[in-house]
Design a protein. Sequence first.
Length: 314
Amino acid sequence: MKHRIGIHALGLAIPRRYIAMEDLARARGVDPAKYIQGLGAREMAVAEPGEDTVALAAVAARRALAAGDVSPHRLGMLVVGTETGVDHSKPVASFVHGLLGLPAAMRVYDTQHACYGGTAGVMAAVEWIASGAADGRAALVVCSDIARYGVATAGEPTQGAGAVAMVISTDPGLIELDVGISGAASSHVHDFWRPLGLREAQVDGHYSVQCYLDAVAAAYRGWRTRAVARELVRGAGLASDQLARICYHVPFCKMAKKAHLHVRRCDVEDAGGVWGAADDDRAATAFRDQVEPSLGLCARIGNIYTGFKTIRYF
């Protein structure tokens, strides 16, 4: 018997302190429109001195369990996706496991792969349940990060902090996920990195955006092939038009607009069409309907690395 698997409950932890983008822009001698309209940002969450990824992750996890009325004894896996670890050997997940008093008979580990870490944890949990290895248990996946860039650098207005926790289970209360229907793209590039010992990330912004768009195109085409084969979308017409909502990777909100335009170009050009001015207008309308309604929290919290995909389910 095939089980429905997905996100049963969510929990969110966001620092109380924040910086308004208008204030940051004026402090840097920049027109506020560059941050507010140019990046789509309004505010940026700032972690307090005692508020690290462990604390944020534990709060979000506790809230997710409470929201879904899930007993810790139902859990068999805890995965924390993060690129802001607190120890070179001991995973954040181990600290969270101890703080929440979770069962000893669990798989407990971190996934680190820049912003993909949280999504990797969700996919691992879904496939663990689908394989039968979960034996009826649920998984707890947490995305927790603090995004930091150098003072007065181009990346400074795209900082943020927070954590999102998800209970992954059968018969989910929020979102059912299509097991096995996904696309993948990976390449070894140096668009974004943070060597050991550095507190702030290093990034080549324009190159990073292009790397992302290339990955979006490849992953979307892989998903579309599987979705058409399973008849989740029709082969005729734009596949992206047949989706009620679309979530994108959002280090800053303007990135989602670039991604949505790129996805639609893939649909048009793969069908043998030529992109024109009318397509720009249709893409803008589709963005307002399918994507923009979910960007409110992202605009107010800022970049939380592994969590800025999942936060948009709220």
